[in-house]
Design a protein around this ligand. Structure first.
Ligand code: HEC
Length: 114
């Protein structure tokens, strides 16, 4: 009986966590992708300047185990995004687990082939 109660309680806790998780917003991601001030960018460039419509983003972007960008080894798309924020945008890396990153990733997923 105790075990059953524990299982039921766990399911509620999990459901609660899922509800609290941030739901990424593709439209906001699109706006961030076009924004030269993402990450406090200073060069006047946005992601769109170089990756309009997904230019330069590999179709397998979200399926790779590791990434190389500008000669650096990276483990996730989030880290790659931050390299592009720091270098071409001249900004400061954003929180890899934050809402802006989730929105950007959600939008980029619409740009690459499934
Ligand atoms: C001035 C042009 C420029 C801008 C602006 C730029 N990037 Fe990039 N981006 C590049 C180049 C060049 C590469 C490829 C570098 C390499 O392969 O070493 C790249 C690579 C990438 C990749 C990896 C693509 C792949 O398939 O491996 C992602 C993801 C990416 N950029 C996202 C972004 C995001 C998000 C932004 C906006 C914050 C952005 N980029 C802004 C030039 C740019």
């Amino acid at each position: 009986m105790k075990k059953k109660m524990f299982v039921i309680a766990s399911v509620f806790v999990m459901a609660g966590t899922l509800t609290l998780a941030y739901a990424a917003d593709v439209d906001k991601g699109k706006a961030l992708f076009a924004s030269p001030t993402l990450g406090g960018g200073t060069t006047g460039k946005s992601c769109m300047t170089c990756h309009d419509g997904g230019d330069g983003l590999g179709d397998d972007l979200f399926d790779r185990k590791s990434y190389t960008i500008m000669g650096m080894e990276k483990n996730s798309v989030e880290e790659i995004v931050n390299v592009c924020i720091e270098k071409p945008l001249g900004g400061v890396a954003i929180d890899p687990a934050g809402e802006e990153m989730s929105d950007l990733i959600a939008y980029m997923k619409t740009l690459v082939a499934k």
